[in-house]
Design a protein around this ligand. Structure first.
Ligand SMILES: *[C@@H]1O[C@H](CO)[C@@H](O)[C@H](O)[C@H]1NC(C)=O
Ligand SMILES: *[C@@H]1O[C@H](CO)[C@@H](O)[C@H](O)[C@H]1NC(C)=O
Ligand SMILES: *[C@@H]1O[C@H](CO)[C@@H](O)[C@H](O)[C@H]1NC(C)=O
Ligand SMILES: *[C@@H]1O[C@H](CO)[C@@H](O)[C@H](O)[C@H]1NC(C)=O
Length: 766
């Protein structure tokens, strides 16, 4: 969504919407809906108001009744009322990234629902590696969203989740994403969408989700390079095996109702004006059942920032003809009539666009009359911020928190042995920092200081005026640290360091934070726990190497109950089980690598090191998947095949022994799957959850990744308990690689499967 550069535009939206929309909503405290037959009985005669007809029939009926001007009104995110047909103004822009958000004019927090449950920022939720929980969170969020709709405070269409790959640690919006791995991002996106939408067997939706920002969008504003004009140069291979999979999974596995195209260009073309990316892939290959929406206002950006088209009308025509259905903003609406008059755009195409928009609204029940009498009509204030929902927010945070370092005897702290705890740092008493961006108004906050004070007496010093920490107040911090039995330092960033429209340049702790930690460590006499609150990874090598820093925790932006969860982990009420969903690079990495270099693969000719655990071989501060427990777990391979044969199609070119890969095409892939059985034992003294990562290192053809994740499963085990896990491996899906042309191929030869330190060699042949 727009910030800095488009602030004028955004302000214009807000003003405009607040005048036209906000006031009536507040006054009514009623949801907006069409086909209100109780106030206008004549509407009963329209097919589009009759839920007994199928969606296509209803949409066709509605479209056939509209004038061109009325149709154009439904290309804008603030869609115009058609009063003569009982259709009110509808605001499409609501957000629910990790709880109902206050971003966007479609949602307002006020009486009777002044707050909603604020879950951890997505990057920490991803760190739980608990797939069923991704869906559970989505369900809770859509319950609260639908409750807010029912009292006139929110819409039905939510532009979440963000499934872009967290390609570079500097990206200010990496916090919103599920991390750097395409498999995790795909599973997260599909599960969260399923939870939000709760699509039923009649194809009805609880709310409509939207996967964004399509595609290869992950530069906001780095050294003056802006997302509005950035041209991402992406190879076919990287596009298909890194950037596209989460979107594909959103549509195919999650049945998402919408995809949002981004601001940036990909290989010289703006994504919202690329017919191959929109009509070709999303609508054609993936068969999206729903609408394609632009970012705010990426159609205008094509004209006035990118100068990609000569006129406004050409931009509008290009986008809508390419497959865009809805425009966040008013640019398309304002210029569509002129585009039609000039013969750049025709009514058939506009009919397609609004039909996709109306079909989505029909599936949401918007055209079914008064929602209070329908599915979800009973949801209301009583369903928001419930104790169970708030407890889930705390549970997600504690499951996501990652224990990066733990010297023997440090954590967990004993609440009876610690008589005084020094709590220090600019995030030690954080409130809104904990909920990151695309935040709502939370039900309440528990700050880290509050979460720790529940267990032991604490003394507090912020140590820095803010996270930028221009000059650390070292003496005051040292004084309380020296007098305490243990020290917790809560450091890191907030939205002044990493945010939408703000990428980092350095990935060390901001300002004098490192100095503060090092000085406090010198005088502490017991355990010293460094807590990093941030979206992206931080180079904390100094702390990793410092024996006086006895433990390090990464807590993401942990949501409204973050402080309670931090307390749970530090005092051992919860055994940490989070794992890093992204590589933590050293500062030297960002000094060497341009953020704008989209290549995932290393290049030995230029010395470019590549990106993510799949391709990067250089030093890390902490690797992808890292995370300790208070317990220990051992793995044993129970059963796995040593050989898999891929049947070839008649006439396949690959008959000779020199063939190194075969097409992963439907025919030869059918039923080509096997199981891997593992046993996992908790060999420690505490109950705990443990994530099993199954990786494969494919044969080195087609510049394949050094390893990639095939699957993950999380198990809760009591001491000495043994658990069995089974991974079903689909050869074409999981063992394939993407070749230079973007085609999926099964590499022939030895695939090495890894689980922890276990390896197993699997021969794939024809
Ligand atoms: C409308 O425009 C589309 C896209 O340019 C074109 O394929 C189609 O033939 C046009 N239809 C009519 C009826 O002019
Ligand atoms: C910590 O933050 C809470 C919530 O904003 C506030 O009520 C409390 O006074 C703060 N504590 C200290 C010691 O500043
Ligand atoms: C980084 O980008 C700048 C500006 O585009 C370019 O001049 C420079 O050569 C690039 N450096 C590397 C290491 O690619
Ligand atoms: C996954 O999360 C759910 C809560 O949604 C929790 O009950 C379950 O124990 C978690 N699984 C593991 C293995 O920790």
């Amino acid at each position: 969504m727009a910030t800095a550069k488009h602030s004028v535009l955004l302000c214009f939206f807000l003003l405009c919407f607040s005048l036209l929309h906000f006031i009536p909503v507040i006054a009514q405290k009623k949801p907006v809906f069409a086909c209100d037959v109780s106030s206008n009985p004549g509407l009963k005669n329209y097919r589009f108001c009759d839920p007994s007809f199928d969606v296509t029939t209803r949409v066709n009926d509605l479209v056939s009744r509209l004038t061109l001007q009325e149709k154009i009104g439904w290309l804008a995110s603030g869609s115009s009322a058609v009063s003569r047909l009982g259709i009110p103004f509808y605001e499409w822009w609501s957000e629910a990234l990790h709880g109902v958000s206050k971003t966007g004019p479609g949602t307002k927090f006020s009486d009777p629902i002044p707050g909603a449950t604020s879950f951890p920022q997505v990057i920490l939720t991803a760190a739980t590696f608990n797939e069923s929980m991704f869906e559970t969170i989505g369900k809770v969020v859509s319950t609260e969203a639908r409750a807010m709709y029912n009292v006139g405070l929110a819409g039905l269409t939510f532009w979440s989740p963000n499934v872009n790959i967290f390609r570079d640690p500097r990206w200010g919006r990496g916090q919103e994403t599920p991390g750097e791995d395409p498999l995790l991002s795909s599973k997260y996106g599909a599960a969260y969408v399923r939870g939000l939408q709760q699509r039923d067997d009649k194809d009805r939706l609880k709310v409509a989700a939207c996967c964004k920002h399509y595609t290869a969008y992950d530069v906001d504003n780095w050294k003056g390079i802006q997302r509005y004009t950035f041209d991402a140069k992406v190879s076919k291979q990287d596009l298909d095996d890194t950037f596209q999979p989460p979107f594909k999974s959103c549509v195919l596995d999650g049945n998402v109702a919408s995809v949002m195209c981004s601001y940036n260009q990909v290989n010289g073309k703006p994504t919202c004006g690329d017919p191959d990316l929109l009509t070709g892939v999303i609508r054609g290959e993936w068969k999206l059942d729903g609408y394609i929406v632009s970012d705010c206002d990426s159609v205008e950006v094509m004209f006035d920032s990118q100068h990609y088209t000569k006129t406004r009308e050409e931009s509008v025509a290009l986008a809508v003809n390419s497959g865009l259905d809805l425009n966040c903003g008013s640019f398309v609406r304002d210029n569509a009539q002129a585009a039609v008059s000039r013969g750049l755009l025709n009514e058939t195409v506009i009919n397609r666009a609004i039909s996709n928009n109306f079909a989505t609204m029909m599936r949401l029940g918007f055209f079914d009359g008064n929602p209070s009498k329908q599915l979800y009509g009973n949801l209301g204030q009583k369903d928001v911020c419930t104790p169970a929902n708030q407890e889930l927010a705390r549970e997600v945070a504690r499951q996501g928190i990652v224990l990066l370092k733990n010297t023997k005897g440090s954590l967990p702290l004993s609440p009876t042995a610690i008589k005084s705890l020094a709590v220090i740092g600019p995030n030690a008493n954080a409130t809104n920092t904990m909920i990151g961006n695309y935040e709502g108004i939370p039900c309440k906050y528990t700050t880290p200081l509050q979460g720790l004070t529940v267990s032991v007496p604490t003394v507090y010093q912020s140590g820095c005026a803010d996270v930028k920490c221009g000059s650390a107040q070292v003496d005051a911090a040292k004084k309380i640290a020296a007098a305490a039995d243990a020290v917790v330092l809560v450091m890191g960033s907030d939205q002044s360091i990493e945010a939408e429209g703000l990428d980092r340049v350095d990935i060390t702790l901001p300002g004098q934070q490192q100095l503060l930690v090092t000085e406090v460590a010198k005088v502490s006499k017991g355990p010293l726990i460094l807590v990093i609150m941030s979206g992206g990874g931080m180079d904390v090598q100094f702390a990793k190497d410092n024996p006086k820093v006895s433990s390090i925790l990464w807590v993401g932006f942990p949501g409204q109950a973050g402080g309670a969860a931090i307390g749970d982990v530090i005092f051992g009420n919860y055994n940490p089980s989070g794992r890093l969903p992204m590589t933590w690079y050293p500062q030297s990495y960002v000094e060497k690598v341009n953020m704008t270099d989209m290549n995932m693969r290393p290049n030995s000719a230029t010395g470019y090191p590549g990106r993510s655990y799949r391709f990067y071989k250089g030093p890390t501060v902490y690797p992808f998947g890292h995370g300790l427990s208070y317990s220990k777990f051992s793995h044993k391979l129970v059963r796995a095949p040593r050989l898999v044969s891929v049947p070839l199609e008649e006439g396949h070119v690959c008959r000779s022994s020199t063939c190194r890969s075969v097409d992963a095409v439907e025919h030869s892939c059918k039923n080509l799957a096997f199981n891997i059985h593992l046993s996992v034992t908790n060999v420690g003294k505490l109950s705990g959850s443990h994530t099993i990562f199954l990786y494969s290192s494919p044969p080195q053809v087609h510049d394949a990744p050094q390893k990639h994740l095939l699957g993950f499963q999380k198990l809760l085990l009591t001491p000495h308990e043994e658990g069995l896990v089974r991974f079903n491996v689909d050869v074409c899906k999981h063992l394939s690689v993407v070749d230079e042309e973007g085609n999926r191929k099964v590499a022939l030869g030895e695939h090495v499967l890894h689980v922890g330190s276990l390896t197993h060699s699997l021969n794939v042949r024809i």
